[in-house]
Design a protein around this ligand. Structure first.
Ligand SMILES: *[C@@H]1O[C@H](CO)[C@@H](O)[C@H](O)[C@H]1NC(C)=O
Ligand SMILES: *[C@@H]1O[C@H](CO)[C@@H](O)[C@H](O)[C@H]1NC(C)=O
Ligand SMILES: *[C@@H]1O[C@H](CO)[C@@H](O)[C@H](O)[C@H]1NC(C)=O
Ligand SMILES: *[C@@H]1O[C@H](CO)[C@@H](O)[C@H](O)[C@H]1NC(C)=O
Ligand SMILES: *[C@@H]1O[C@H](CO)[C@@H](O)[C@H](O)[C@H]1NC(C)=O
Ligand SMILES: *[C@@H]1O[C@H](CO)[C@@H](O)[C@H](O)[C@H]1NC(C)=O
Ligand SMILES: *[C@@H]1O[C@H](CO)[C@@H](O)[C@H](O)[C@H]1NC(C)=O
Length: 756
């Protein structure tokens, strides 16, 4: 490139960077941290291994991502999940600042909060009742702590490292994490290394180990190492090394300083403590200022995530929802490439999939749009997990598959990636073999899930014996109905990939199997005047159910949603479903009933925005010629179930699943996973531009509305790439593959004919 142009290029880049940097100010890291959202508010990088944040102890309340608005600090730890439910996982590798003489370092010490925590992208701040300010930031595989002890106080200034620290579970499901062992050494230069071993948690994982390497910027005036022996929680060990064994159940170290400010850099690794030291010294080298780490974190979030979507909107609430949602969908999965303790491979490695049951519906499709490079790595990682671990995961944390709530939903995700042209370095023959394993090979039921002992929840399809033999699932398997409708969708995914790979016999076979959800359809089952629902059945025939009240949990016929919800699950067979329900007009009334306040005979609606199984229901009107009703219902949900602030999510974020639902609503599109189809509804903003990678972009315009999706939301006309568009859907090829422009003219009230 000629040098004269280079200067122009740089000037342009500088202007762009300034714009992008500002986007972090729209992110509220406390959004969705209360009311069951379980968002992680601490410091992290996109897909980062380290998520450094506070751990609050409030007996009786589970802190899924460590944070609670109430309770006392038990530590500030380097590992967390994002927005999950079920039971807490991680909260491992912690430090806790303490003043004065510390009697029993390993006695589950907690310290009250002095005032509410605060934070922003890449930065977290808390104050303990002892007057200590705690500030946190993170790189991908290391964290940095800055402690400011009370000015002018002659109290001892300590930092406690408790290797045995985990997030406890009070829910009483037998899913509490346990510390099982480890060691810790303090070296002559004052830095510490070691590892901890933990197990259980939501996915009932066996022992897993994580390694750490911590440095302090200033030398301690003393360091002491402790073990817990029998009833005595804190027996000091003189030689700077502690290890857990049958007698010494817990280990930790206490570092004491005489400076008001203490800076600590800590690296983590799944491989070794030497690797943990390399990670921290590479990413946060000695002498790095705290502010430099924060600045780098903000810049990375701006460049890699937030700047992917630009809009003309100036509505601060909408901008906050937009950029905050983008932020929270990028905390997990974790990019652990090069840090795989399970096997050696040149393939990328991502884990902390929590869970595909939540994410397959609309989240992975958005990850593909926004992060095509990372997404290809994630798909390759899935295939590599099958290659070396035996099965694709439906969920995975601490490098262990599980738990599988319904189908083998990685199949849907692979199918979605395949039909939308993800190729690159993905080995699709292997990917397809991984899917076939899900569809054909019954997974071992060892270890047994005590909440669903009948069949595997570890991986694969536990209820496969019935599915293969009968084409439906009898009550000898838990979650029989919800698994069956998901297995059918999984088989549809196989048929799509098989067709693409030229495996015609397989394609026909799995397409056929994808219709077996129909075997659960009892045309006589009725509820609120509608007939036809998916119901439990055995070899004799259908069994009675209460469609409004049959939502259950691990041991029940339906998992976390009722038959009103699960009857819509198989959208790949929508034409037949509409027929079974009695035609388009009945479908519209049936959908309307789900959104009618009090229709179920108690306050609220049958539609439930708090969980993922009903994600697509507001959009299904598009299938029966009434896209304006999709606009109406989905916008109701987006504007009422979601809001800014700590209580702004309707339910568990679930790794960002909730946030991606909201982002699609802003975009005016909704993906149908496993197909190239996107349903068109109504965009919020006058203009939104989405960077698709490789310089391609999708621009979505809405004219005639209020620019914020509140008023005049109904679509009067659509153009796609400048041409008038009469369909209420478009495909990947239309606007995503090479970029494109969607133009919507909005207005109100709804077009009564339901066409545009
Ligand atoms: C610390 O908490 C754990 C549970 O998280 C409990 O099992 C243990 O007894 C507690 N130890 C002390 C010394 O209180
Ligand atoms: C601590 O445990 C690790 C992992 O088992 C081991 O490699 C290391 O040698 C132990 N450290 C010491 C000082 O024994
Ligand atoms: C800490 O102590 C070590 C070993 O005595 C010394 O080399 C180092 O310079 C000290 N560091 C600081 C920040 O004082
Ligand atoms: C800290 O521990 C190391 C190793 O156990 C020791 O060499 C060093 O002198 C200790 N420092 C202080 C200030 O006690
Ligand atoms: C994932 O991590 C690996 C190893 O650090 C790195 O090479 C790769 O670029 C990362 N992927 C993304 C999308 O950042
Ligand atoms: C489809 O399934 C039906 C009934 O289960 C069976 O009779 C038929 O042979 C199957 N067709 C294919 C192509 O597998
Ligand atoms: C199927 O369920 C019905 C109703 O519970 C029961 O009467 C029948 O015996 C069951 N059939 C088999 C084969 O278990």
């Amino acid at each position: 490139m000629p040098s004269s142009n280079m200067f122009t290029g740089l000037a342009f880049l500088a202007a762009g960077t300034t714009l992008a940097t500002d986007l972090t100010q729209h992110v509220d890291v406390f959004h969705g941290t209360q009311n069951g959202g379980n968002d992680f508010p601490g410091a992290a990088r996109p897909f980062g291994m380290v998520k450094l944040g506070p751990d609050l102890l409030l007996p009786g309340t589970d802190a899924y991502a460590g944070y609670l608005s109430d309770g006392e600090f038990s530590g500030f730890s380097l590992m967390h999940e994002q927005g999950t439910g079920g039971a807490p996982k991680y909260g491992t590798l912690s430090q806790l600042p303490l003043t004065g003489h510390v009697d029993d370092p390993l006695s589950n010490i907690t310290v009250p909060r002095a005032k509410a925590d605060s934070g922003s992208v890449g930065y977290y701040q808390a104050h303990t009742s002892e007057g200590v300010e705690v500030e946190l930031s993170a790189s991908a595989r290391a964290g940095i702590y800055r402690y400011t002890f009370p000015h002018g106080s002659d109290e001892l200034k300590n930092v406690l490292v408790d290797v045995s620290h985990v997030l406890p579970s009070f829910r009483g499901q037998g899913l509490g994490q346990r510390y099982e062992g480890g060691n810790l050494s303090v070296f002559a230069d004052g830095h510490y290394e070691g590892h901890g071993i933990y197990n259980n948690g939501w996915n009932e994982a066996p022992n897993w180990a994580i390694f750490f390497c911590g440095y302090f910027e200033f030398n301690a005036t003393s360091n002491k190492t402790f073990v817990a022996v029998g009833a005595d929680p804190s027996v000091e060990q003189a030689d700077g090394f502690v290890t857990s064994n049958a007698e010494t159940k817990r280990i930790g170290a206490l570092f004491t300083f005489n400076t008001e400010e203490v800076l600590s850099r800590v690296g983590v690794s799944w491989i070794s403590s030497e690797q943990a030291c390399r990670n921290v010294n590479k990413e946060i080298p000695p002498g790095t200022t705290f502010a430099a780490v924060v600045d780098e974190a903000k810049a990375e979030w701006s460049d890699k995530v937030l700047s992917k979507i630009q809009t003309t909107s100036t509505n601060e609430k909408s901008l906050s929802l937009l950029y905050t949602s983008l932020y929270f969908m990028h905390l997990i999965p974790t990019n652990q490439t090069g840090e795989n303790p399970g096997w050696h491979s040149a393939e990328p490695y991502y884990q902390d999939i929590f869970t595909f049951w939540d994410l397959f519906r609309c989240s992975t499709a958005l990850m593909h749009v926004l992060q095509p490079a990372a997404y290809e790595e994630q798909i390759r990682s899935l295939v590599d997990i099958w290659r070396h671990d035996g099965y694709l995961p439906d969920a995975r944390s601490s490098d262990y598959n599980g738990r599988t709530q319904g189908g083998s939903n990685a199949d849907n995700i692979l199918a979605d990636a395949y039909v939308k042209g993800v190729r690159g370095a993905v080995n699709w023959e292997d990917a397809y073999q991984a899917m076939v394993k899900d569809a054909e090979v019954v997974p071992s039921n060892i270890p047994v899930d005590h909440m669903a002992p009948d069949s595997s929840t570890h991986e694969g399809r536990g209820a496969l014996p019935d599915w293969l033999e009968l084409g439906y699932i009898t009550p000898k398997f838990s979650r029989a109905v919800s698994r069956a409708v998901e297995y059918a969708a999984n088989d549809f995914g196989l048929s799509q990939v098989a067709a693409g790979l030229g495996k015609e016999t397989d394609a026909a076979k799995y397409l056929n199997r994808s219709r077996n959800w129909r075997n659960h359809w009892n045309p006589k089952q009725s509820s609120l005047g509608f007939t036809g629902f998916v119901v439990p059945r055995n070899t004799t025939g259908f069994m009675e159910t209460d469609p409004l009240g049959d939502s259950g949990y691990w041991g029940d016929p339906y998992y976390e949603a009722n038959s009103w919800a699960y009857s819509w699950a198989d959208v790949h067979d929508m034409k037949h479903l509409v027929k079974l329900m009695g035609g388009s007009e009945t479908v519209v009334r049936r959908l309307d009933t789900m959104f009618t306040e009090g229709a179920k005979g108690s306050p609220g609606t049958i539609f439930d925005a708090t969980n993922e199984p009903m994600f697509n229901i507001p959009y299904l009107y598009n299938y029966v010629g009434h896209p304006e009703l999709s606009v109406c219902q989905s916008r109701q949900v987006a504007k009422h179930a979601y809001s800014t602030g700590p209580k702004g999510l309707p339910g568990n974020s679930d790794a960002g699943a909730m946030q991606t639902w909201l982002l699609w609503n802003m975009m005016g599109l909704y993906p149908v996973t496993g197909q190239t189809t996107f349903l068109i509804h109504s965009p919020w903003f006058e203009s939104m531009t989405i960077a698709l990678g490789g310089g391609k972009q999708l621009t979505i315009h809405a004219t005639g509305g209020d620019g914020n999706g509140d008023e005049n939301i109904y679509v009067q006309g659509v153009t796609v790439n400048g041409k008038a568009w009469t369909k209420s859907w478009l495909t990947w090829e239309d606007v995503f593959a090479e970029g494109g422009v969607v133009g919507v003219s909005a207005g109100g009230p709804a077009d009564p004919v339901g066409n545009w």
